[in-house]
Write a new protein. Structure first.
Length: 209
């Protein structure tokens, strides 16, 4: 079974609380999302493998450790996932970026795919799939299905806020994919929104309320 990692560092929790506030505007919301993504990325990449290298310091030669060369990719689920890319790229500037376009049908609440563009070597990379909200889990499961069809075997899913229903759905469909979130909220309401949540992340990022 995949693991659920709740990254509740005080800085993340504080910033998330500001984002939840309905009075927080789009500019601050975007900046805070970027900052949280970077902070979460620090934990998500904690177990990247290292290799020994020899370097010259100003004083002597030494054996040092560097990331062993395993390539990474960041794949946001459009459109809200875009808000997490810059924060992760500031931490991992060499990571390639792909895009998966999914939207939730307002009637069925099921995801509909409309776009997919991935690095050609995506199957050779550790993929970080990002979307601020893990609500019903439908979009995440479909995006993970798509990535696996492209040959991806090492995938991690990162979100800002998760509902228990979405976590359960992803874990059932993809037991090999670990989930990283800043908060596990209480439940979904009748409109499939996370409660207490923070509203529609895409609308709040792009000011389309």
């Amino acid at each position: 079974m995949s693991e659920l990692h709740v990254i509740d560092h005080p800085l993340i929790t504080h910033k998330l609380s500001i984002m939840r506030n309905e009075k927080t505007g789009s500019k601050d919301f975007r900046e805070l999302l970027e900052e949280i993504a970077m902070l979460m990325g620090y934990e998500l990449t904690r177990d990247l493998p290292l290799k020994d290298v020899t370097i010259d310091t100003p004083l002597t030669k030494m054996k040092a450790k560097m990331i062993s060369g395993k390539k990474l990719a960041i794949v946001p689920i459009l459109r809200a996932g875009l808000g997490m890319v810059d924060g992760l790229q500031s931490l991992i500037p060499v990571a390639k970026v792909g895009h998966i376009g999914l939207y939730r049908d307002p009637t069925t609440h099921l995801p509909v795919e409309y776009y997919c563009k991935l690095p050609p070597d995506i199957s050779e990379r550790i993929v970080i799939l990002v979307d601020p909200m893990l609500a019903t889990g439908g979009s995440a499961v479909d995006a993970l299905n798509l990535l696996k069809k492209k040959g991806c075997a090492h995938i991690r899913f990162m979100c800002l806020v998760a509902a228990p229903e979405g976590v359960a759905k992803v874990q059932e469909a993809h037991p090999d994919v670990d989930i990283y979130t800043a908060a596990l909220d209480d439940h979904l309401n009748e409109h499939a929104y996370i409660v207490p949540g923070l509203g529609d992340a895409g609308d709040r990022i792009f000011g389309t309320l």
